[in-house]
Design a protein around this ligand. Structure first.
Ligand SMILES: Cc1cc2nc3c(=O)[nH]c(=O)nc-3n(C[C@H](O)[C@H](O)[C@H](O)COP(=O)(O)OP(=O)(O)OC[C@H]3O[C@@H](n4cnc5c(N)ncnc54)[C@H](O)[C@@H]3O)c2cc1C
Length: 581
């Protein structure tokens, strides 16, 4: 039996085993997940085919591609999973209408590149939504128009966007064609809108940091390892100067150790040049870091279903407003950074620009809007630099995979929407390098929460009855964890104290936080507040109310010594204070 077949059979047997273990609950699988410590113990005894540095969208995508081809990999993340750009995106699964627009601009120099970028992303958009239906949805986006010329222009542009999708579609999720809408329909969604008509086109939307978690949990169930708060400090090389592993530092256990591997994938996003320079101090830098900022507003300013795209703000930029988890997020800006910084903040200038652009578009009082901002955040987009680019607008948005002489595979650039493709292409390079012949899996892999293929509406009702939940809570658990929701809710119902709610406006309970610590490697309060739950992105005031409770749950569960608790509380609270308006 070859190795791929072996891994597939082993994976089916493991699933059967866990299914039988959930006696009395025949339909729902109980997923046996490893703790962070078990993953680290594996790391010390294994030799890997691939060591993946970076636990964002790209690293998680590479891990999944390794799992599906029967390669053995480990993801090492120096902070928390998705703590880089991958939790700070606009949450769009999209082909990029603005690149489509650029294809037809007379001044455009890289027409073919832009075309390929859109075609590739539109293909991946369908794959993305069908891999993980519970965490994603398609949503209509309105392009407001003030005159008939614009209406025609944006309608035909959106139609071409749709036709490109239809042409390249190979199955997966289907999207509706664009349509023209009038003032009445617009007003039902955006009561402050000034425009008389507009064009609706369709794209996808998702929960970015949770998606990284679902990818990693899926890989883990297929035999892969992963550990957060483990920083790669240097590359280990043999006498022929070929990479044979990494020197890593566990920031939680405060230990240095070596991990052996046949090759190393550099999936460190905005930090990619650091690893490239570790490998060869003479290489030229390739990453241009561009910061992008968003604000979170109450839903009353927008729609709970439609997005809104301003294709040209007063100063010629693009601005998205997207409904997300019961709120509306608006962004993004573009600001070139000289250094990649871990937690870039929203500059005053960007904050004011976002507010002004919003108020220019809608009939709203700027002072009122400013009082209602609930959260703000900034992420770093890693673009790959070509010598001829003069401005960040001209730096390519495509991804690039570079293989160094010593075998470091750096996957750079790209976007969230195409993480699967980037993962597959990177693993093609891995196979060329380490010389095995495992083939790509043709069927699209489903993510763990999608394995039982439930019917959402029925399942919400079952969950409401079984766990005595209001509809909104059942919906939250199902659209966050898919069929893993049953494992989470079992823990919530295991003891009365686990049912305690953290905040009256959010569905998070003590039991859910325990699940995230035990099975999703949450190790600091910020991991829970920003990425396992999305509280920090939705309502920064709410996290001041729940911070101490989360800290206490973690201190008890992880048995933090008292001295450590004091230092840690101070360090972490300062991190969160930085967010205050
Ligand atoms: C503002 C903004 C909006 C965006 N909106 C969208 C969108 O709507 N749709 C879309 O498709 N794309 C979007 N993108 C792009 C998308 O978010 C990024 O392309 C993607 O998240 C990059 O993922 P990554 O894994 O390469 O990088 P990151 O998520 O930054 O991950 C890199 C990781 O490497 C880790 N690391 C670094 N050095 C080391 C080391 N030595 N050892 C171990 N770990 C290390 C870091 O801690 C980090 O977590 C947006 C980006 C930004 C900034």
């Amino acid at each position: 039996m070859n190795r791929v077949a072996f891994v597939a059979v082993a994976s089916i047997l493991t699933q059967r085993k866990v299914q039988l273990q959930s006696a009395g609950d025949s339909k729902h699988i109980h997923y046996q997940l490893k703790s962070r410590e078990q993953h680290l113990a594996d790391a010390l005894s294994n030799e890997y085919d691939v060591i993946i540095v970076g636990g964002g969208a790209t690293g998680a995508g590479v891990s999944l591609a390794c799992a599906n081809r029967g390669l053995k990999s480990i993801v090492l993340e120096s902070q928390d999973y998705a703590s880089g750009a991958s939790s700070k995106s606009t949450k769009l699964v999209h082909g990029g209408v603005r690149y489509m627009q650029q294809v037809f601009q007379l001044s455009e120099k890289n027409r073919m590149e832009k075309w390929q970028l859109v075609a590739e992303a539109l293909k991946e958009r369908s794959n993305f939504l069908s891999m993980c239906s519970y965490l994603t949805q398609d949503f209509p986006t309105l392009i407001p128009c003030t005159n008939l010329f614009d209406l025609g222009y944006y309608y035909f542009g959106s139609l071409i966007y749709h036709c490109v999708y239809l042409y390249y579609q190979t199955g997966g999720h289907t999207f509706k064609p664009p349509r023209i809408v009038g003032k009445d329909e617009i007003q039902q969604h955006f009561k402050f809108a000034k425009c008389n008509y507009g064009v609706i086109y369709y794209d996808g939307q998702f929960n970015d940091a949770r998606m990284v978690q679902e990818l990693l949990v899926t890989s883990s169930l297929k035999g892969q390892n992963m550990a957060n708060y483990v920083e790669v400090k240097s590359l280990l090389k043999n006498q022929e100067n070929k990479i044979v592993g990494v020197q890593a530092y566990d920031k939680i256990g405060q230990k240095q150790f070596q991990i052996k591997g046949k090759c190393v994938v550099n999936a460190t996003g905005g930090w990619a040049d650091n690893l490239r320079l570790m490998d060869d101090p003479n290489v030229s830098k390739r990453i241009v870091s561009v910061a992008g900022s968003h604000l979170t507003m109450p839903q009353k300013y927008g729609s709970n279903y439609w997005g809104y795209l301003i294709p040209k703000t007063n100063d010629g930029r693009v601005l998205y407003m997207v409904p997300w988890l019961g709120n509306m997020i608006m962004g993004t800006t573009e600001r070139k950074l000289d250094n990649t910084i871990n937690d870039p903040t929203v500059s005053d200038e960007e904050y004011m620009w976002l507010l002004k652009s919003f108020c220019d578009e809608f009939a709203i009082d700027a002072n009122e809007v400013a009082k209602d901002v609930k959260s703000k955040w900034c992420g770093v987009r890693p673009l790959v630099y070509q010598n001829n680019a003069l401005s960040t607008k001209e730096v390519s948005r495509t991804h690039e995979i570079e293989v160094s002489k010593s075998g470091l595979i750096s996957v750079m650039g790209g976007k969230w929407t195409i993480f699967r493709l980037m993962g597959e292409q990177t693993v093609d390079k891995v196979q060329e390098l380490i010389g095995n012949n495992y083939k790509r899996i043709e069927n699209l892999p489903k993510l763990v929460g999608d394995w039982t293929q439930f019917d959402n509406k029925k399942e919400i009702q079952v969950m409401m009855n079984k766990f005595d939940l209001p509809q909104s809570y059942a919906t939250y658990f199902l659209t966050t964890y898919g069929d893993r929701a049953y494992d989470v809710l079992k823990l919530v119902h295991e003891k009365p104290e686990n049912k305690e709610c953290l905040h009256p406006q959010f569905p998070h309970t003590v039991g859910e936080i325990l699940y995230q610590i035990r099975y999703e490697q949450a190790r600091k309060p910020e991991d829970i507040l920003f990425r396992r739950t999305r509280l920090g992105f939705l309502d920064q005031n709410a996290i001041f109310n729940v911070y101490e409770k989360v800290f206490q749950i973690m201190a008890k569960e992880l048995k933090w010594p008292e001295k450590f608790q004091k230092e840690f509380l101070k360090e972490n609270f300062e991190y969160i204070r930085k967010l205050e308006f």
